[in-house]
Design a protein around this ligand. Structure first.
Ligand SMILES: *Cc1c(COP(=O)(O)O)cnc(C)c1O
Length: 457
């Protein structure tokens, strides 16, 4: 048995993989796991000399390539001094320095830490509702989200996540939030601009809030790109309107930049493009450059002050064992260093332009609809009759040496920022070749309708 096969077999016997119908990995389904032995830059290497270009940054977390020497050195240094200490009653340099730097970058001066994106959502929602309780308005305890929104999959986060496949089975456990229409620019009717769609969605929210703001704590939204919804993009004007409407109706604006933060959309944070500041900002994924799990919720002096009291129960009594883990904070500091030292935001602009040109033949394919891009996110909708397009495409992409996992009929690329010109060429050529190979399977396969791995997210 080959080394790859051996790890595959042992993994399938012992590991329950995320977001996966495990049966699809059976021999009969020919969708093999990829055992990864090591990774460097944009490349994942298996045990037998094959490599795959990580076109989706390992679920959107990686920024500067795998095994970056700068982040690795910071982690090794940190391991030599302090591995971990609880953050209640204790503090340490990495968490202080990270909080100070995030505060300077966002204008939000108080950082609370969790270990993953979903817990950042939970923290922001709990803090918002608790704020209103402390402010003597306990009836403001509900939430409103945006159609197609994704904020994680713990029970509280599912309440504001509008993706039926993830929620269906758990509906009885979830206290569903209200959902208002999105400003997805693909909804533009003839003659309408993205601005018009934004205004229409904002008007719907305004009307909804007029009736419900008195019992609503916060609106939660992903600014500029709803990634899990299939890279749905809207005009920055919409984010500006969200800010205005949350002020007008006295509810908090929670922005979830877990996927879009740290330069992904062309600015350090996506909301900068709307010229606004949220009341809560959720960060994770790229925060540590894709090395360690860490999330942060940043908030305002006003929110912080509402919890600052002689009474213990008015404090935010929430914790995770690894809150503010020093190793993860050091990785985050090294990542912020890289963003500055490499002038990543300006360089990404050049890289993104180059990739748009490299993807041009793909964008011009007759089956492509809505070719779109924001910063280092590229997406295309595919007109296809294949119900399992995403799974078939992912398989053909692997054969091309690429990791690309479409979401439904949306193909997208979200590569690490360090992708070189020649790697970009491989990505673009391979993505087109995989599309052609997938569409060639359309004949005679209309019956295929298995449900499988939920690709992409
Ligand atoms: C990934 C993601 C989350 C959840 O983060 P996890 O670390 O997977 O729990 C929340 N919101 C958005 C926008 C995300 O992309």
């Amino acid at each position: 048995m080959s080394l790859n096969d051996d790890w595959r077999r042992r993994s399938l016997a012992a590991v329950w993989h995320p977001c996966t119908q495990m049966k699809l990995h059976d021999a009969a389904h020919a969708q093999p796991l990829i055992p990864v032995a090591r990774a460097e830059g944009v490349w994942l290497h298996d045990h037998e000399g094959r490599r795959y270009l990580d076109g989706i940054s390992s679920w959107w977390v990686n920024l500067f390539g795998h095994n970056h020497p700068g982040i690795r050195a910071a982690l090794v240094d940190q391991l030599n001094t302090l591995d971990h200490v609880m953050l209640a009653g204790f503090t340490h340099a990495p968490v202080v320095e990270l909080s100070e730097r995030l505060s300077v970058l966002t204008g939000l001066g108080h950082a609370f830490y969790g270990s993953d994106g979903a817990s950042a959502t939970e923290i922001a929602l709990k803090m918002s509702a608790h704020y209103w309780r402390n402010a003597g308005r306990p009836q403001k305890c509900k939430f409103v989200g945006i159609a197609g929104g994704y904020h994680g999959e713990t029970v509280g986060a599912l309440a504001v996540t509008d993706i039926a496949l993830f929620r269906e089975a758990y509906a009885p456990l979830v206290r569903l939030a209200a959902i208002v229409p999105s400003a997805d620019a693909r909804q533009a009717m003839t003659g309408e601009s993205a601005d018009d769609v934004a205004e229409r969605a904002a008007a719907a929210l305004d009307a909804w809030l007029a009736d419900h703001a008195h019992e609503t704590a916060a609106l939660i939204a992903e600014p500029l790109v709803q990634c899990a919804a299939g890279m749905a993009m809207h005009d920055p004007l919409y984010v500006k309107r969200l800010r205005e409407l949350c002020h007008k109706h006295e509810i908090h604006l929670v922005l979830d930049e877990i996927a879009v933060g740290f330069g992904r959309t062309g600015t350090l944070f996506a909301h900068e493009q709307a010229g606004i500041r949220p009341d809560f900002l959720c960060l994770s994924k790229g925060l540590t450059g894709g090395t360690l799990p860490l999330s942060a919720v940043l908030t305002t002096d006003a929110v912080y002050a509402a919890f600052y009291d002689d009474e213990v129960a008015r404090g935010f009594l929430h914790s995770h064992s690894y809150t503010g883990n020093p190793l993860a904070c050091r990785a985050a500091l090294a990542t912020l260093d890289l963003i500055e030292q490499t002038d990543a935001i300006a360089r990404n602009r050049v890289t993104a332009e180059r990739l748009v040109a490299q993807f041009a033949p793909l964008s011009a394919h007759p089956r492509i609809r809505h070719a779109r891009q924001r910063g280092m996110i590229f997406a295309w909708d595919i007109a296809t009759s294949l119900p399992d397009f995403a799974r078939r495409y992912a398989r053909h992409a692997l054969a091309q040496g690429l990791v690309l996992r479409p979401i439904g009929h949306t193909l997208y690329a979200m590569p690490p920022y360090v992708i070189s010109e020649s790697e970009g060429e491989q990505l673009a050529r391979g993505a087109l070749a995989a599309l052609q190979a997938t569409l060639a399977e359309e004949q005679g396969s209309a019956v295929a309708n298995e449900r499988g791995t939920v690709d992409g997210v």
